[in-house]
Structure formats: C-alpha cells, structure tokens
Design a protein around this ligand. Structure first.
Ligand SMILES: Cc1cc2nc3c(=O)[nH]c(=O)nc-3n(C[C@H](O)[C@H](O)[C@H](O)COP(=O)(O)O)c2cc1C
Length: 377
C-alpha cells in the first residue's frame, strides 16, 4: 500500500449512512434508533462536546509504523473501538446482531451484546468465532433467578465480561417513540435471551404452552429493575468470575463508588442521550471522572463518536477505548457488509489522523494532545 491508497476502504460518511437508514427503515424504526429522550439536548451535546477540544499535533516524528492496539481488562484490543450494546437489531436488518457481531469479529473489533438482542447470547458469541472478545450487557432483571441464569449463560458461552447498564431503572422519556406508539419489543424483536432462558421459561412459561407474543408481558415486567443498589453488586460478584463493568456512569462520586465496590471498569455514558435528557455530554463527564480516578480503573466512553479524531480526543481525556452505537446500526441497514464498511472507514480515519497527529502508539495518547477551546466557532 502506498500513502495514496490511504482512503481505499472509505465508503461513505456516517451522515450518509444515516441518510440511507432514514430512507430504508420505517419512520418509527428510524426514529427509535436516531432519537434521544426529551428535547434531545443531551443527544446534541454528545456530538458538539468534541468540538470544544482541539487536538495539538506534533510533527517530525517517524510515523511509518503505527500501533492502534490498547489493553482492556486483560485483553489486547486490535483497535480502540468496540461496538456498543444496541438492542432489537432485527428492526434494522433481519440478520440483526449476527451481522453486527460477525462483521465486528472479522475486523477484530469487540462486540457488546445487549440483553434485548434478537438472537440469543449463545448464537451471537458463536458467530464471532473467537476472533474478538465479546461482552454481555446486562439489564439487571427484576427477578434474581433470571439475572443469575443470564450471567451463568454468558460465562458458559465464552463472554469476556459482564457490562451492567446502570442508567436505566426505567426507560427515558422518549417523545418520538411515544408519538409513534413504537417500542420494538411489541414486534417480537429483542426477546431471544428470554425465550432461550431455562429459568425464565420454567418460571413464566411453565409447560411451554405460551406463544412468544404471550410471553412479552412477563418479559416487559421483569426486564428493568428500579431497586438495584450498590450493595447488590456483591451478589453479582458471587455469581461470576468474569470482570464486571458498569455502563452509564456520569457522576464522579459514582466513579469513586465503583472503585470502592471493586468493579473492574466503567463506561462513561449517558446512553447516547436516550435516558436523562439535560445531562452533559459523555466526553465532559469523562474529563471530570478521569481526573478523579487517576488511572485506578479502566475507563471507556461512548456517545457522539463519529470520526477518527473523536477517538483521539476521547483517549486523550482518559478513555482506554471507546464504544460506538448508532454509526454501526446505520451501516447494519446493509447487513454485515455495511457494518464492516462503517468500521473500516472509522479505523482508517483513526489511523490517518493518528499519523498526522504525530502519534505512533494510540496507547500513549495523553492529555497533552488536547486543549480546551472556548472561543466561538
Ligand atoms: C437503538 C439503540 C438501542 C440501544 N440499546 C441499548 C441496550 O440494549 N443496552 C445498553 O446498555 N445501551 C443501549 N443503547 C446505548 C448504546 O449502548 C450507547 O450507549 C450509545 O448508542 C452511544 O452513543 P452513540 O449512538 O452516539 O454512539 C442503545 C442505543 C441505541 C441507539
């Protein structure tokens, strides 16, 4: 490859993928993916926050060899990007999570499988064929037996960690979905982990006589849990040897509590602006949290990451790696190839940006690479 081939794998921008998704999907399905809660202030802030930090490049450095790998929870990741847990992926493409996880794995990109996947966690990990780590995202069910069963299944299926989403005691105030009267679970998407769970089946479908539709009310009843507190983490710790990562931390005091309670990592996230509208951006929260944590816990961030330089800024502000959500879901409108195309462009963009910034190892990106910009744009 020569320097002039650098964009050979470029397809289209995330914005163009989004436009394609908008044309392809039904309006309620597109809104479900693209929208945020409330007035979508937080959704917007997640993106604009990146403009408030400037990268300070360095020059006259030999950047002919570059290493994009990072360490996370005893794993070496080929690139500092993972696919965020996104539920109900069959509303975008019939191959859903299998296409996304399979595409990610072929590019050595880790995948985080949602509790509300449209394929079972066993099918998803099998699709990755061990080519990249997969993590299981737990919406802590309001039934301990089902929670324990999901976690045991994830461990048995070879998952590398449990990502507990802690920002969703209930769903955010999602005005577009309410306007559309749309929640994907009603279509039968996102329930495979329950239909395949022996404990759920035994407790809520005794005798196995209920259709999937008849099981949806019980799934909705136990899916989320408003009573889980920090003390309950011990219960989880006793049931798995896997690393436990909390997703949805925004407050620095919660980051310190996570440290006290012995979790293995945190994901700084406001759920892509889908939960509490009016919170600040995830990037700003990362800045504050990283200053408090001082390297004592692995930090991951998500929300608004669309291009290579966004990843450089996130790593500079203290993240070990990042997650992307909507960008790969827009790619998923074209199935596995679309997911791979989005990821390939993003990784190439990162590689290009890293070189021009004078960086040879992304793991060495520190705060000196960015400066806060407070002037007008
Ligand atoms: C359609 C959709 C469904 C999501 N489902 C889940 C989920 O099941 N579990 C979860 O922890 N987060 C979920 N999220 C949040 C993502 O994991 C992630 O935090 C967010 O998408 C990151 O922001 P970005 O889309 O700007 O990259 C979902 C996000 C979207 C867009």
């Amino acid at each position: 490859m020569t320097v002039f081939d650098i964009a050979a794998d470029f397809t289209v921008t995330v914005e163009e993928w989004e436009a394609l998704a908008k044309r392809t999907l039904t309006a309620p399905a597109y809104d479900y993916v693209a929208s945020g809660s409330g007035a979508e202030e937080t959704l917007a802030k997640n993106k604009t926050a990146f403009r408030q930090w400037d990268i300070i490049p360095q020059v006259l450095i030999d950047v002919s060899e570059r290493d994009l790998s990072v360490q996370l929870l005893n794993e070496t990741l080929a690139v500092p990007v993972m696919l965020a847990p996104v539920g109900f992926q069959t509303i975008v493409h019939p191959d859903g999570e299998l296409a996304a996880a399979g595409g990610a794995a072929e590019l050595k990109v880790p995948f985080v499988a949602s509790t509300v996947s449209s394929f079972s966690l066993e099918e998803i990990s099998a699709e990755m064929k061990g080519q990249a780590p997969c993590y299981f995202q737990l919406y802590w069910p309001a039934d301990d037996d089902v929670a324990a069963s999901l976690v045991a299944r994830a461990e048995a299926a070879g998952y590398a960690g449990i990502v507990v989403t802690v920002d969703t005691p209930l769903l955010g105030w999602r005005e577009k979905d309410m306007h559309n009267r749309y929640f994907p679970i009603e279509t039968g998407a996102g329930i495979a982990n329950f239909l395949n769970d022996p404990t759920f089946q035994q407790k809520y479908n005794e005798g196995g006589t209920l259709t999937y539709k008849q099981q949806i009310p019980a799934i909705k009843r136990i899916l989320l849990n408003q009573k889980v507190t920090w003390n309950k983490l011990d219960w989880l710790r006793q049931r798995t040897t896997l690393p436990i990562v909390l997703k949805g931390i925004m407050h620095e005091e919660d980051a310190l509590l996570a440290l006290d309670y012995g979790v293995d990592g945190i994901i700084v996230s406001n759920h892509g602006g889908r939960q509490l509208d009016g919170t600040g951006s995830a990037l700003e929260a990362l800045d504050v949290i990283a200053n408090k944590i001082q390297g004592r816990l692995p930090l991951v961030v998500d929300g608004g990451i669309r291009r290579g330089p966004d990843i450089i800024k996130a790593l500079a502000l203290g993240a070990d790696t990042v997650l992307i959500g909507r960008p790969y879901i827009y790619g998923l409108t074209e199935g596995k190839q679309g997911v791979k195309a989005v990821l390939t462009s993003l990784i190439k963009d990162l590689d290009t940006s890293v070189a021009i910034a004078g960086i040879t190892h992304v793991s060495s990106i520190g705060r000196s690479f960015v400066r806060k910009y407070s002037g007008p744009y």
